[in-house]
Design a protein around this ligand. Sequence first.
Ligand SMILES: CC(C)(COP(=O)(O)OP(=O)(O)OC[C@H]1O[C@@H](n2cnc3c(N)ncnc32)[C@H](O)[C@@H]1OP(=O)(O)O)[C@@H](O)C(=O)NCCC(=O)NCCS
Length: 176
Amino acid sequence: MTPTWSIRCLRALDAAQIEGLVDVLIDCVEGGASVSFMHPLTRDRAVAFWRRVAHGVAAGERAVLVAEDAHGLCGTVQLIFDLPENQPHRADLAKMLVHRRVRRQGLGAALMRAAEATARERGKTLLVLDAVTDGDAARLYARLGWVRVGDIPRYALMPRGGFCSTTVFYRDLGGP
Ligand SMILES: CC(C)(COP(=O)(O)OP(=O)(O)OC[C@H]1O[C@@H](n2cnc3c(N)ncnc32)[C@H](O)[C@@H]1OP(=O)(O)O)[C@@H](O)C(=O)NCCC(=O)NCCS
């Protein structure tokens, strides 16, 4: 089936894109995703987060990929390049978010592949991320060939409280 969305890497985040990203982030937290924020996530806190991200993009410290469909922005993922000087070959992958209205149609996988392609274009050969242990995202990463390093118990809180364990994954882009 032809995808109903398109994915691109933003050179800068404008006000409308920040609003769309705020909607996606709030939807994910409402849906119970452990993505750094506690529930309820106010619009002000979400806007402040994406404005910081926008500064990071402007400074070349991050790449933000977004997916859009006929209804607007529906997914996003980030690459973080702001790492110690002895890790110029590496990026962290973060804030992989798909709006609930378009889940389970392959957009998560498409965003991951696009992020990996962007990382390669920027000369990165190693990606690292963490995800809630045994959650939807961890299953997606394992399916896409990411290597599971291990679990850290009681790493973070779920948005409505209660500890969750995190699983660290890496992807070697430098291999054959
Ligand atoms: C994790 C997340 C990004 C996955 O996004 P997604 O767009 O649903 O991902 P995909 O559609 O590629 O894959 C999800 C499932 O749909 C299935 N699927 C994909 N295309 C499909 C299709 N056309 N028909 C039926 N099922 C399909 C996949 O096989 C997968 O199944 P599984 O969960 O049983 O393994 C999304 O659930 C999300 O945003 N969660 C909240 C935020 C979050 O936790 N982010 C991760 C931070 S580390």
